[in-house]
Design a binder for this molecule. Structure first.
Ligand code: 13P
Ligand code: SF4
Length: 318
């Protein structure tokens, strides 16, 4: 009875959101880790790369970004004329806060010869000090685009950087940052789940530690995992990333068994936004994320270079 009431409430909030979206000529972009009811009301769900590409191409006047702060900033960098709303302004990525523009500036001053590649999980200020951005979906392509004679410095994710180093012949040093959620997945935990499901394919996100990636059958971005599971004729999968991805995966693959590598891999920051927050944001046209123009122009170079390298990669879910 209570479930039915909750479902009705969710449905009526979603209907109100869709009405406001039409009225304001808005689009809702949601990351794959967002709560199910938000993914279900969004115009597009995807990984960081897909969401950036979509933001750069939309003709909507307003983008409601359901994700974390750096994602809304990336949309602002790419679309200065659009209003970018982040329904909970304090939804942030702890990894993005592990490197500051000041520190990166000091490193650049000491080592001006380095090519700086920053994960999109960085602030706009850090992107403004960056040569090329990358995401988990295009990191190898981006690294390989650099002249082999140059040394690369990657920020902030040490795990993504080590994954890139293992899969490229480029010289790469890196900052000591990490995603607290992915970095906490241990080989012991993975082995326990593998033992319980010996037939399962283990998919891991490149933000996981190298010892975990060593156990993976496949290493992919969130949307990369989604496409793989949908296309595979295997029936069981262990999913080594934040558990929000299980929602779109199970919707697209009703007959397959999807086992979280660790059910505690929950990013609280990605769960901050609610349907009610989205209605508030669409009604009030705030909280808005707007990157100052001087920073935006510098950061845009790094994001544009990444998008140019990635051009040709397909959008997974429209
Ligand atoms: P992707 O969805 O781009 O793989 O990124 C994962 C992530 O942690 C985003 O914050
Ligand atoms: Fe940041 Fe990790 Fe959360 Fe993604 S899952 S937003 S990288 S803390």
């Amino acid at each position: 009875m209570e479930t039915t009431l909750n479902q009705q409430k969710t449905k009526s909030l979603q209907e109100e959101i869709r009405r406001l979206v039409g009225q304001k000529n808005a689009i809702i972009l949601a990351h794959n880790y967002q709560p199910p009811e938000i993914q279900d009301v969004a115009d597009l769900c995807g990984d960081s790369l897909e969401l950036s590409i979509k933001a750069s191409k939309t003709d909507a006047d307003v983008i409601v970004f359901c994700g974390v702060h750096f994602m809304a900033e990336t949309a602002s960098i790419l679309c200065p004329d659009k209003k970018i709303l982040l329904p909970k302004l304090d939804a942030g990525c702890p990894m993005a806060d592990m490197i500051t523009a000041k520190t990166l500036g000091e490193i650049r001053q000491k080592r001006p010869e380095l090519v700086v590649i920053s994960y999109v999980n960085t602030t706009a200020d850090v992107k403004a000090q960056t040569d090329i951005c990358c995401t988990s979906a295009n990191v190898i392509q981006v690294v390989n685009s650099v002249d082999p004679a140059m040394e690369i410095f990657m920020t902030p994710d040490k795990n993504l950087a080590q994954y890139a180093r293992k899969n490229s012949d480029r010289r790469i040093s890196f900052w000591d940052g990490y995603c607290p959620i992915h970095n906490s997945l241990t080989p012991g935990q993975v082995m326990k789940v593998k033992k319980a499901h010996p037939e399962a394919v283990f998919l891991a996100h490149p933000e996981c530690p190298p010892e975990v990636l060593a156990l993976a059958d496949l290493i992919k971005s969130t949307s990369g995992m989604l496409s793989f599971v949908s296309q595979s004729d295997k029936k069981e999968f262990i999913i080594g990333t934040e558990i929000g991805i299980i929602h779109p995966m199970s919707k697209a693959n009703p007959g397959k068994m999807l086992i979280p590598a660790d059910p505690d891999m929950i990013c609280r920051q990605m769960k901050k936004i609610s349907l009610t927050d989205m209605i508030g944001a669409l009604n009030e046209m705030q909280p808005e994320v707007k990157v100052p123009e001087d920073i935006r122009l510098k950061a845009k170079g790094a994001v544009d270079r990444m998008l140019a390298i990635s051009a040709g990669l397909s959008m997974a879910r429209d």
